[in-house]
Design a protein around this ligand. Structure first.
Ligand SMILES: CCCCCCCC/C=C\CCCCCCCC(=O)SCCNC(=O)CCNC(=O)[C@H](O)C(C)(C)COP(=O)(O)OP(=O)(O)OC[C@H]1O[C@@H](n2cnc3c(N)ncnc32)[C@H](O)[C@@H]1OP(=O)(O)O
Ligand SMILES: Cc1cc2nc3c(=O)[nH]c(=O)nc-3n(C[C@H](O)[C@H](O)[C@H](O)COP(=O)(O)OP(=O)(O)OC[C@H]3O[C@@H](n4cnc5c(N)ncnc54)[C@H](O)[C@@H]3O)c2cc1C
Length: 536
């Protein structure tokens, strides 16, 4: 009945909430969170407290001035025992006056790289009392007398984060579609330089280097949308099983959500930055929207699980899978390829050949990590230290695994959908799959040379395939970004507007600057003139 109590009020916006988990002192290590929720059986209340400055919640979006409630993650104490972190729904502001309630200290954390519209806040409690039903009791409960009933699966507390990580993959597809639309439309309008003296300045979109910077962002948007859809379907299936008490598939979902969130956010941030830089000085204008878009995508590398930490979570799963598989036990579908002990096949410059190659790279890297850890432990190093000394390789193995998942999913889903598409559209989408796959083979050619039978002539041929694909995709590029159908109001960009009037829009935006309100700014009289007259 907790859902009946809270959900309708949240849906009709009586309750505006945020997720208050991260503290000044801890964001990654959740078991180290310091906020306490101590049960008082005499009053059937929890007492929330921030015992130290580092216990203050810090970062939650909207916490400073928007939210009047929040989900607080705190260490649950009852009958003198600490039962670990649990979620509580807590009212922090009066619903009429919006004043912070007594015992609640809340405020704004200050300017950030981007996301300036989100008032991220801090929150401290001074022995703040909330009723027992504030504890979200879907998984674990505290009875009236303070008896703690543990959850059938402790990690269900972390479930919210899996959900958001799954959503983030699709978010990155969207952000890349915005960046690609702005940069490709601008590159169609911008003319620059004279490679041929007797011809007009060409569109910068015709420079192959410009195509190399931008087409991967366009292809990645589709790859992440397709992968995000597959991941969502997987999430729904796992969640359904969880509801009927079966948690067998949760570890696989957690592992694949971690590495996909990490790789898609890192790619989105670096590719949006490439979009910004491909637009020259005008890409550096806030009015282009590209700097803001960069700030948004780079934040995603940190929030909802810092990328390195998440890649190491997936590596933990890959190492466990290797150890399980080596004992002949079955592996999850996404990790089953790790046990492919067949001899390394002759390299093929095909999509299937490259996908198989990335699986070989991932399996090879995992095997190298396991051997290094085993060797260090045999020499007397603790497992934790051996893990840490191998962690650079573990992150690389996790990335290779993630790339193999994205490549295979993108190819399979587009091939499946192609049957229902017109031949010209199917051909263009296959070109994007081909470009994405060959791009990453060239980006990771060192790994492929280490773990597969790819030879130098294969690499030369792949480079030529890649350049041919840039040429094939060029005529459809503007059509492909128009197909994202992003309205000008959403793009919010002087460079990406549908009508292509970039110079008029840049000037219109410039003239809105308050610094253009008068021809001589007061700073001349206050500072420049006295300085020039030697009076400062
Ligand atoms: C479509 C267009 C849309 C456009 C617009 C969209 C709008 C978007 C706009 C703006 C969005 C802005 C949104 C911002 C949102 C940000 C919010 C936040 O940031 S909330 C804070 C996030 N914080 C973290 O994620 C902490 C990360 N840390 C952790 O998760 C843990 O501390 C961890 C996992 C690193 C370590 O936790 P240990 O120490 O308790 O666990 P260990 O010992 O490593 O593992 C124990 C076992 O638990 C499993 N495990 C760990 N986490 C799990 C999980 N989540 N689910 C299932 N199992 C898990 C592991 O696999 C492991 O299993 P075995 O023991 O190996 O079998
Ligand atoms: C824009 C934005 C919005 C946010 N919104 C929210 C929100 O709404 N609610 C909320 O609760 N939080 C929110 N956060 C906080 C976010 O979840 C944390 O910043 C994130 O979990 C990282 O934790 P941290 O900041 O403590 O970094 P740390 O964990 O201190 O990481 C710092 C460095 O240490 C490394 N490191 C840490 N642990 C390990 C390890 N075990 N192995 C190897 N390296 C390690 C990391 O890789 C990183 O390089 C937001 C953050 C941002 C930037």
């Amino acid at each position: 009945e907790q859902q009946e109590k809270w959900v309708p009020r949240a849906v009709n916006m009586e309750i505006i909430g945020t997720y208050a988990q991260t503290e000044l002192g801890h964001g990654t290590f959740l078991r180290g969170l310091e906020t306490t929720a101590t049960y008082d059986p005499n009053t059937e209340e929890f007492v929330l407290n921030s015992p130290t400055l580092t216990a203050y919640k810090w970062w939650p979006g909207g916490l400073a001035h928007t939210a009047n409630h929040c989900v607080v993650v705190a260490q649950l104490h009852s009958k003198g025992v600490n039962h670990g972190v649990h979620p509580f729904i807590v009212q922090i502001r009066d619903e009429d006056t919006h004043m912070p309630l007594p015992g609640v200290k809340v405020g704004e954390i200050g300017p950030k790289l981007s996301f300036s519209t989100a008032n991220n806040g801090f929150l401290g409690f001074d022995n703040f009392r909330v009723p027992r039903d504030s504890m979200l009791m879907k998984n674990a409960q505290v009875l009236k007398d303070g008896t703690y009933v543990k959850s059938r699966l402790s990690k269900l507390t972390y479930g919210t984060m899996v959900f958001i990580r799954v959503m983030i993959v699709t978010d990155m597809a969207y952000y890349l579609s915005v960046g690609a639309t702005i940069a490709i439309r601008y590159s169609a309008v911008r003319h620059q330089s004279k490679p041929k003296e007797n011809e007009p300045e060409p569109q910068i979109l015709d420079y192959v280097t410009q195509q190399h910077k931008l087409f991967i962002a366009l292809a990645s948007s589709h790859a992440f949308r397709v992968t995000g859809q597959w991941l969502w379907t997987t999430f729904v299936r796992v969640n359904k099983a969880l509801t009927s008490g079966n948690a067998d598939t949760l570890p696989e979902l957690h592992a694949v959500a971690c590495c996909l969130k990490a790789v898609t956010t890192r790619d989105a941030a670096s590719m949006v930055e490439a979009c910004r830089m491909s637009c020259g000085g005008h890409g550096y204008m806030t009015s282009s929207y590209l700097p803001i878009l960069y700030g948004i995508t780079t934040a995603a590398c940190t929030y909802e699980g810092e990328n390195t930490v998440l890649l190491l979570q997936t590596a933990r799963s890959l190492v466990k899978a290797w150890q399980k598989g080596s004992k002949g036990k079955p592996l999850s579908p996404t990790e089953a390829y790790l046990m492919d002990k067949s001899p390394v096949p002759k390299w093929e410059n095909t999509l299937d050949g490259i996908i198989a190659g990335f699986r070989r790279v991932s399996a090879g890297k995992v095997q190298d990590c396991v051997s290094k850890i085993d060797k260090l432990v045999k020499m007397g190093t603790s497992y934790e230290d051996a893990w840490n000394q191998t962690s650079v390789r573990l992150v690389a193995a996790s990335e290779a695994h993630s790339r193999a998942v994205i490549l295979a999913t993108f190819r399979a889903e587009v091939s499946r959908a192609a049957a229902a598409l017109s031949p010209p559209l199917a051909r263009v989408l296959h070109q994007l799959v081909h470009l994405y796959t060959v791009y990453w083979a060239l980006e990771r050619v060192g790994d492929l040379l280490l773990y597969t039978s790819i030879a130098e002539r294969d690499v030369q041929e792949l480079q030529q395939q890649y350049e041919d694909l840039l040429q094939k995709i060029r005529p459809n590029t503007v059509g492909l970004v128009d197909a994202f159908d992003l309205r000008d109001e959403i793009l919010n960009s002087t460079l990406g507007a549908y009508d292509g009037r970039v110079y008029e829009r840049l000037m219109e935006e410039a003239l809105k600057s308050p610094l253009n309100a008068e021809p001589v700014n007061q700073s001349f009289h206050k500072y420049l003139k006295p300085f020039m007259q030697g009076k400062l």
